[in-house]
Ligand binder design. Structure first.
Ligand code: IMP
Length: 182
């Protein structure tokens, strides 16, 4: 196999780049004449965000928020803890929250409530990946890259226990890695 611990490549770097380009066009068209505040959710969204930023044609400011939801396991605890808040307030800003993957929806719901309580002028969500079969709370994703099956994915920013973020493709992790066999 190409990478150790990987069962297969789910989305190649080329498929990802093509989709990111389309998302960039859609977002740029929707925000024409406005100035965006893109907020990345650390750390999983950084690779996606870095690529998305470079295909946007509207003025963009950047900020980050960090939460912990998974620790180093592969199942959601349902508890979202804020590790880093924004540098500046989002009041009156056109906010685009950029997420790597929406799973149960608990993390997104919690961050959305936090940001909406500050009264942004607009609030939209862009997620690279969605696992709809795992949803526990309803959330709205305005711009979605790909809908994916219920498997643990790594690469292109996504990690398992802090590893694999650097893989350029989005890959299915071997079950033994996260089910304790390895
Ligand atoms: P949720 O709160 O259950 O929606 O979880 C969202 C967060 O869990 C994401 O931002 C990721 O950090 C993490 N996550 C969920 N599924 C995966 C996956 O397949 N690979 C890597 N991280 C994941």
């Amino acid at each position: 196999m190409l990478y150790p611990d990987i069962e297969r490549v789910l989305l190649t770097r080329q498929q990802i780049q093509e989709r990111v380009a389309v998302l960039g066009e859609e977002i740029s068209a929707d925000y024409r004449g406005k100035e965006l505040l893109a907020i990345g959710v650390l750390k999983g969204s950084v690779v996606f965000l870095a690529d998305l930023l470079r295909v946007l044609t509207v003025p963009v400011e950047l900020d980050f928020i960090a939460v912990s939801s998974y620790g180093s396991s592969s199942t959601s605890s349902g508890v979202v803890r804020f590790l880093k808040d924004l540098d500046k307030s989002v009041t009156g800003r056109e906010v685009l929250l950029v997420e790597d993957i929406v799973d149960t929806g608990l993390t997104l719901k919690c961050i959305a409530e936090h940001l909406l309580s500050q009264g942004p002028a607009g609030f939209k969500v862009c997620a690279l990946l969605d696992k709809p079969s795992r949803r526990k709370v309803p959330v709205k994703i305005d711009y979605l890259g790909f809908s994916v099956p219920d498997r643990f994915l790594v690469g292109y920013g996504l990690d398992y226990a802090g590893r694999y973020r650097n893989l350029p493709d989005i890959c299915v992790l071997q079950r033994e890695v996260y089910e304790g066999g390895k």
